[in-house]
Write a protein that binds this ligand. Structure first.
Ligand code: CA
Length: 765
């Protein structure tokens, strides 16, 4: 046994099970310490209640930090006064309730003057992606949440909330500081916020919460990294590192955002602060390399709804955006979201004494409505920046000098007050705990060893079963592989050919390769032949697990061939399930011939609440011939604006006789619904059914350029009234097939099995 002399004195109780814990809690007096013994505590619901005093709190701690782990269906509730919790680790399970750590036992028994410190919640995810929970819910008053390590939330629900749903939780003076919020992947729907204070229902109440010196490390769940939804909160000295989203002042007034750092490092969709509502103050913030646009700009001031109800968009009035620094940030958005409803431009506000510097870009400002309600004064820009207004912007020779904290600081004779970053700024080192590692062991595709797989029946199945994450299964060039069992892709795995010729896969189950939770797949020079597949409708070469997958996956198909998917109808190439999400699906340099189903139908989120199945979809340099279903169906229903995908890139493909099958319920060769970025360029459509695009929400980007339609239906674009097709960005209406003549693509077909190179193909007008 571990020596149990770590805590001394009568008031120290080392407890080793839930009964002992409950007794210790019942008996606890001010100043007592209750320690959980080292080891795994499985399925324990701790209710820590009591009354300590300011000088003698009751403390719940652990025998040794890092050695006490709460697993399974465990959680913690606090209720009472002056309680301290320290050193708990939650992992390998998920809470049976809707909160892992709650500052209340029920709506009437809250925790006040309590502290949560050095606790860890690590990937403590409900296995159902769309089942909601919170990890930390703060109620009551005067609570301090500090030095916690919170990483890897992947299911629905905000990571940490401040709840204001009873009056005992208003004007709470909570302090949230020095916490490490580790990576949270893109969720693909609303409900992936990392911190939310209040809700729209209580957004006009004062919360008076201080959020300072916290480190947000790639917390990318959704558009709102932080969703401020109440009044009089302060955000200071926080660092946002490569976060795809913004600190959003969504509801509530009188917010102070002061001295924070936003580091984008050129990563896509990284943003700064988004301002809505009245009397907001955004000062002394430093922004570097943020590339996001629209609602994810480096700075965004929204248009509002006249006489807005609290849950919509209260117009910006009386707000100050001063003394902020923007280095290599691509987009400053004013009047963003302007539309028929959000018609009120910002009023009585000012943007002064800010510095805008960009090494390459000159047009930083996007103005979507009147800016006469904003006063601009003494802003300084680099020489190349186009000033937004005639007055209020002064050009300067700016050089960047690295300071002792590692930040590039602009210097110029015209910058009178030197730019400084607070010593209290959050860093990876001064946040979280000292004893729980912030390193993430992420295994990527192609990072493991090469395993040679001999031709034969189920050799591939066995090799996959015995593989380790990141491994590469090398199949013999040109040889045949049979599968009587579905290969389970449980981790990142690559299948490739040993030579130039593709190995051929025959499969006798309805699915050849199934991507399971934690799996990702790279297929390189593999041929799938449907000749031996079962004579039932609904086969597919690749499928995701039927169950919800909490981990995002990646799928790359490169130089592959899919043919003879004809044994029965609805034989798909890729079939995904509800509750799954791909960071990227990329299909390149591949050929598809005689397929009775779809190539990829990504439309399994049908609740119309903004959810979708893939963030980035790439289809490039492929040849599709005789596809009865759709080449692609991409669906994002509903009008939620919390996310920014899907992003679509369809480039340099030949689609030949696609979409005409009687079972093709989309009645289209490609059906796109609610897609936010639509790049469809340099493709040839011959004998194809209509491509349909329906625009639902946001400001979708539509690039339809240089496509050749021969003996095919026109592209049909529909959408809400507000989408005036003429005004869509980069929309090229000249896709009329009569304007083009078609190159003979037969040589390409012949070449198809060798892989395609359409680089030399020219569209002749
Ligand atoms: Ca949201």
């Amino acid at each position: 046994m571990t020596p149990r002399n770590i805590h001394k004195g009568n008031s120290n109780n080392l407890v080793s099970d839930i009964m002992e814990f409950n007794k210790a809690v019942t008996d606890a007096s001010p100043g007592d310490v209750i320690s959980l013994t080292n080891g795994v505590w499985k399925d324990v619901e701790l209710v820590f209640e009591g009354k300590g005093t300011e000088t003698h709190p009751i403390k719940l701690t652990v025998e040794e930090k890092g050695s006490v782990i709460l697993e399974g269906a465990s959680n913690l509730q606090l209720a009472g006064e002056y309680l301290e919790v320290e050193g708990l680790i939650f992992k390998n399970g998920f809470t049976p309730t809707n909160t892992v750590i709650s500052f209340r036992k029920n709506r009437n028994e809250l925790a006040n003057n309590c502290r949560l410190t050095e606790c860890v919640i690590d990937n403590y995810n409900n296995s159902e992606r769309n089942v909601q929970d919170y990890w930390v819910a703060i109620y009551g008053k005067n609570n301090r949440i500090d030095h916690n390590h919170i990483v890897g939330k992947k299911n629905l629900g905000v990571t940490m909330i401040v709840g204001l749903d009873t009056k005992e939780s208003l004007q709470n003076n909570h302090i949230i500081e020095y916490n490490y919020f580790g990576p949270r992947p893109t969720f693909g729907n609303n409900g992936g916020e990392t911190l939310r204070i209040g809700t729209s229902h209580n957004s006009l109440e004062n919360s008076n919460t201080l959020v300072q010196s916290n480190y947000f490390d790639r917390t990318n769940g959704e558009h709102e990294i932080i969703s401020n939804k109440s009044c009089q909160n302060t955000y200071k000295y926080n660092t946002f590192f490569e976060c795809t989203g913004t600190l959003t002042l969504r509801h509530g007034n009188e917010t102070l955002v002061d001295g924070n750092v936003f580091i984008g490092n050129g990563k896509p969709s990284t943003g700064g602060v988004r301002v809505i509502n009245e009397t907001q103050t955004v000062i002394n913030n430093y922004h570097f390399g943020l590339t996001g646009y629209r609602f994810r700009g480096a700075f965004v001031m929204m248009n509002g709804v006249p006489d807005s109800p609290p849950h919509r968009y209260v117009p910006v009035i009386d707000s100050k955006i001063n003394n902020n620094t923007f280095i290599n940030c691509d987009n400053i958005q004013l009047g963003a979201g302007s539309d028929a409803e959000r018609s009120q431009a910002p009023k009585a506000s000012e943007i002064s004494n800010n510095i805008f510097y960009h090494e390459t870009k000159s047009n930083l400002f996007t103005v979507s409505d009147a800016i006469s309600g904003i006063k601009f004064e003494n802003n300084i820009t680099g020489k190349n920046i186009e000033p937004l207004t005639a007055n209020g912007f002064e050009k300067a020779s700016i050089e960047l000098v690295e300071n002792n904290q590692g930040f590039l600081i602009p210097k110029s004779d015209q910058i009178k007050t030197p730019i400084t970053i607070s010593e209290n700024i959050a860093t990876k080192e001064n946040t979280g705990t000292t004893w729980y590692s912030k390193k993430q062991n992420i295994v990527t595709l192609n990072s493991g060893k090469i395993i040679k797989v001999a031709p034969g029946i189920n050799t591939l199945f066995n090799a996959a079963n015995n593989s380790q994450p990141g491994d590469i299964l090398e199949l013999t060039s040109g040889e045949s592989y049979g599968l009587t069992k579905t290969v389970k892709v449980k981790h990142p795995l690559t299948l490739k050919s040993s030579g130039v010729k593709k190995p051929i896969l025959f499969f006798e189950r309805m699915i050849a390769l199934e991507i399971q939770n934690g799996g990702s797949l790279f297929l390189d020079h593999i041929k799938f032949d449907g000749l031996h597949s079962p004579d039932y409708a609904g086969n597919s070469a690749i499928a995701t697990c039927k169950k919800s997958m909490i981990q995002n996956y990646k799928l790359f198909i490169d130089h592959c061939e899919f043919k003879n998917f004809t044994v029965n109808h609805s034989f798909d190439v890729l079939r995904v399930s509800e509750g799954t999400f791909a960071d990227i699906i990329s299909i390149q340099n591949s050929t598809f011939e005689n397929i009775t189903g779809h190539i990829a139908a990504l439309d399994k989120e049908t609740d119309d609440i903004g959810a979708y199945n893939v963030e980035h979809f790439v289809m490039k340099n492929n040849l599709f011939t005789n596809i009865q279903g759709a080449a692609l169906r991409l669906y994002r229903g509903g009008k939620d604006e919390s996310t920014f995908g899907p992003f679509l890139n369809v480039n340099h493909n030949v689609f030949d006789n696609v979409g005409y099958g009687s079972k093709n319920k989309y009645k289209a060769m490609m059906s796109l619904y609610g897609v936010q970025v639509n790049d469809i360029t340099n493709n040839i459509f011959t004998n194809c059914k209509r491509m349909k695009m329906h625009l639902v929400v946001g400001e979708p980007i539509v690039n339809i350029i240089n496509n050749n339609l021969y003996n095919s239906d026109d592209i049909q674009i529909t959408g809400d009234e507000k989408y005036n097709i003429e005004n869509l960005w980069n929309f090229n209406p000249e896709f009329n097939k009569d304007d083009y003549s078609l190159l003979d693509i037969s040589p390409l077909k012949a070449k198809g099995t060798e892989g395609l190179d359409l680089g030399l193909l020219k569209i002749i007008k």
